[in-house]
Design a protein around this ligand. Structure first.
Ligand code: PLP
Length: 436
């Protein structure tokens, strides 16, 4: 009865993000979540699922950590919110800024807070343009991004995104975004030649693309891009909204590639989704130049930039991530999960490439395991639906030619969770295979 009531209200009033509104009307919500613990979520009927996506790639420390609820309650009771504008400040924001500066690579030391990844992206685009302007180069405005990239849904971040369906939704893209081939650094050189380095503010990339299907950079790609940026006075922005905070088996994905970006974008894992929070982190020299040359007010800031309650939750989240060695667990469990998923190449007829780093990965569904040829009718959605029935939540990606299952579970996975994950997925794939 409760479920039925909620379904009717949902259909009537709740406009769902990134969803088929017609499906929503016809079928109502597929799962109404009720509670969650560790890597598991439960629906209203008490059915248990492994959250193989950590919801939206974000619940890194896992569900049900009461310590986060407790610091939120404490901070709300003490001082729920104050502004960080015009000289005001608060202890959780100050301490979280210092913590983020300490843990991020190199001299990434200046921290601007947001409430999520899209805000981090749009803030970064404005900050780097402002940076070049105060340095006397106001014509350096363009942002070079990669095809297949996902950067969010605000005006700028939609325009930076390289997945076409997001562009179709908006009739008016923001100017100044140029997309290049996602794999070939020579295409970056070509774009610089064509556009002129003196018009380019920054190169923007997810070190490992998430929403575009978990795409890893080709060997040496990011290092080459870093070099080209330095040669041409172009800033390097790394969007680690998904990659950051242990997802890839290191605290930040840039560490795998030995690069320090000029600007690092964070959200999701910074609070493990317990509260809305994000950040833009800039290198010391950028921070210092902004201070030195920027006259007047930095005319950019959200009501919730430096929100004390959000920052207190973020701090506690990072404390848990570190004290419980979850980044190392992500590496170890990621390797275990990934290697077991690779065995599905032998145990089934339709698993192609399996790729992963830490606890982010992808499985290609193919018709021919030798050639990688795909099925005409894509099957990844069917596998994901079957797995959900059996208690494992995953996502699939069918943009472009892809027929890909992606995964990104909480970093607190145990060996038992890995085994459950693999056995459910294997049964689901074999079931779909049988039906062919
Ligand atoms: N950047 C990346 C790499 C993302 O994956 C996402 C969200 O999935 C965003 C930015 C946007 O973040 P948000 O949805 O918090 O605005």
């Amino acid at each position: 009865a409760l479920r039925q009531e909620l379904v009717e209200l949902d259909k009537k009033y709740f406009i769902h993000p990134t969803s088929s509104l017609q499906d929503q009307q016809e079928k109502g919500p597929s799962i109404i979540f009720d509670k969650a613990e560790g890597v598991h979520v439960y629906d209203l009927n008490g059915k248990k699922y492994i959250e193989g996506m950590a919801s939206l790639w974000n619940v890194n420390i896992g569900y049900g950590r009461k310590e986060l609820a407790e610091v939120a309650k404490e901070q709300m009771e003490k001082c729920a919110y104050v502004s960080s504008f015009t000289g005001f400040s608060n202890e959780p924001a100050i301490r979280l800024a210092a913590k983020v500066a300490e843990m991020t690579p190199g001299d990434l030391n200046g921290v601007f807070f947001t409430s999520g990844g899209s805000e981090s992206n749009d803030s970064a685009y404005k900050l780097v343009r402002h940076y070049w302007k105060v340095k006397g180069k106001p014509e350096k405005t363009k942002i070079i991004a990669r095809r297949r990239a996902y950067h969010g849904v605000a005006s700028g971040s939609t325009s930076a995104t390289g997945i076409e369906s997001f562009h179709e939704f908006t009739t008016s893209l923001a100017p100044g975004f140029v997309h290049i081939d996602p794999d070939d650094p020579e295409d970056f050189r070509r774009a610089i030649q064509e556009e002129g380095a003196d018009t380019i503010a920054a190169f923007l990339t997810e070190p490992i693309q998430g929403a575009g299907g978990v795409n890893f950079p080709k060997e040496g790609y990011l290092q080459e891009i870093r070099k080209i940026c330095d040669e041409h006075d172009i800033l390097f922005i790394a969007d680690e909204v998904i990659n950051g905070f242990g997802r890839t088996g290191k605290m930040f994905a840039c560490e795998h590639f030995g690069i320090v970006p000029d600007v690092l974008l964070l959200a999701k894992g910074i609070s493990s989704g317990y509260i809305q929070l994000g950040a833009v982190v800039v290198r010391e020299h950028i921070h210092q130049d902004l201070i030195k040359y920027s006259k007047g007010v930095l005319m950019h800031g959200f009501t919730y930039s430096g929100h004390p309650t959000a920052c207190a939750v973020g701090l506690k989240n990072i404390e848990i991530l570190e004290s419980e060695n979850m980044v190392e667990n992500s590496r170890v469990m990621g390797e275990l999960l990934g290697s077991k998923l690779k065995e599905l190449q032998n145990e089934t007829d339709i698993v192609g490439e399996v790729r992963y780093l830490g606890l982010i990965g992808a499985i290609e569904i193919v018709k021919n395991q030798e050639t990688g040829e795909r099925f005409e009718e894509k099957l990844s959605g069917k596998v994901v639906a079957e797995a959900r029935e059996r208690g494992l939540i995953l996502r699939n990606v069918t943009y472009w030619e892809k027929d890909t299952i992606v995964y990104s579970p909480p970093l607190c996975m145990t060996e038992q969770d890995v085994n459950d994950f693999v056995s459910i997925l294997k049964e689901s794939i074999l079931d779909i295979q049988k039906s062919l």
